[in-house]
Design a protein around this ligand. Structure first.
Ligand code: HEC
Length: 198
């Protein structure tokens, strides 16, 4: 009489033998890959990054978001890239974040990542980038060179600094996409600290 375990063996042994014939293995002796049971699992039929897509007739590229939609956490900045709005921002805006050690530390970290290579670790304008275009970056603590406000670097207000980060100025590019609203304010807080020139 056959026991249960011999029954299992009778089924399992032929199954293993047959499946090993089909199994995929790229290290066959002849160098050819084995048979693929389900090619879709190895080679995904989904669209590849940057490939054209045939789903939409009007465009081969990615879809644009619906008009008027905005990303989660989006905060509008209602000042234009004009001297007038730059000065307005300086007069009207105050940093909404509390000036605490924790926030300053966060601002410092972001500053080191996004600004220090040009403005220098201590904000003295001597960053590691030595290209001539960035040769004359003013120190945040500078009290001589007249700026757009009529004052100096060390008197720029919260809103001036934020506006400067958002839109950039001449050789300094805008940082309105790579930083969010919170990050820009935290960096602004740290720049206010660097204006003291310690
Ligand atoms: C690619 C180099 C570069 C980077 C990166 C950069 N800056 Fe600047 N920044 C400059 C230059 C150059 C100026 C001087 C522009 C001028 O006066 O024509 C400047 C000017 C400024 C000013 C003065 C603006 C004004 O209104 O007078 C502030 C404030 C400032 N940067 C802050 C920052 C902060 C904060 C960051 C990081 C988020 C940053 N910058 C990143 C190059 C850079």
């Amino acid at each position: 009489m056959k026991t249960v375990s011999t029954k299992i063996l009778l089924i399992a042994v032929p199954f293993l033998a047959i499946s090993s014939l089909f199994s995929s293995c790229s290290n066959n002796e002849d160098g050819r890959p084995g048979y693929e049971f389900m090619p879709d699992m190895y080679r995904s039929p989904s669209l590849e990054i940057y490939s054209s897509n045939t789903f939409f007739k009007d465009s081969l590229n990615a879809r644009q978001p619906v008009d008027g939609t905005m990303p989660r956490g989006f905060v509008a900045f209602d000042y234009d890239n004009t001297l007038e709005d730059y000065l307005l921002a300086g007069n009207e805006l105050k940093n909404p974040f509390e000036n605490s050690e924790e926030n300053l530390e966060k601002g410092k970290k972001l500053y080191q990542m996004f600004c220090a290579h040009c403005h220098g670790k201590n904000g003295d304008g001597k960053g590691s980038i030595t290209h001539p275009v960035y040769g004359a970056i003013p120190s945040y603590a500078d009290d001589v060179m007249i700026r757009r406000t009529g004052g100096n670097m060390n008197t720029l207000a919260d809103g001036n600094i934020y506006h400067g980060i958002y839109y950039g100025l001449n050789a300094m590019g805008p940082h309105n996409t790579q930083l969010n609203d919170t990050e820009r304010w935290l960096i602004t807080m740290y720049v206010k600290e660097l204006q003291k020139g310690n």
